[in-house]
Design a protein around this ligand. Structure first.
Ligand SMILES: [Zn+2]
Ligand SMILES: [Zn+2]
Length: 129
């Protein structure tokens, strides 16, 4: 028999591994379905709770996407490109710091917040058009 503590840490590490291994920026339902393949008895509530805790610990990032919450295993600073056709999110290696720095150097602007939103059509959708 496993102790509760062992079971909790097994659940947490499985969920973390699943989120880190994908680039789809999944919502909780997606993570739940994937986790069930490994831990069939896990509940959606447990998945939610663990995702929340992992995000609080900074091991994954929580992103609000309109009415949906998505999770990102890539905790390096990056921007997102959203394909409006297939709705896939892509990681883009753009650092907001660089943009702020460039604007600050011009001495014309002092940036306080930045909110980069990139949307369009991804390569595979362009090829299928
Ligand atoms: Zn696409
Ligand atoms: Zn990302």
């Amino acid at each position: 028999m496993k102790t509760n503590t062992q079971r909790y840490s097994e659940q947490r590490s499985t969920i973390l591994r699943i989120v880190k291994a994908t680039t789809v920026h999944p919502n909780a339902d997606w993570v739940y379905k994937e986790t069930q393949k490994v831990l069939p008895r896990i509940s959606l509530g447990t998945v939610y709770r663990n995702l929340h805790q992992l995000a609080e610990q900074g091991q994954i990032t929580m992103i609000k996407d309109k009415t949906l919450v998505r999770y990102d295993g890539n905790t390096n600073e990056h921007a997102h490109f959203r394909c409006t056709t297939c709705r896939t999110w892509y990681d883009i290696d753009v650092r907001e710091d660089n943009i702020i720095e460039a604007l600050s150097k011009s001495n014309k602007f002092q940036v306080s917040t930045i909110n980069l939103e990139l949307e369009g059509t991804c390569e595979s959708c362009l090829n299928n058009a």
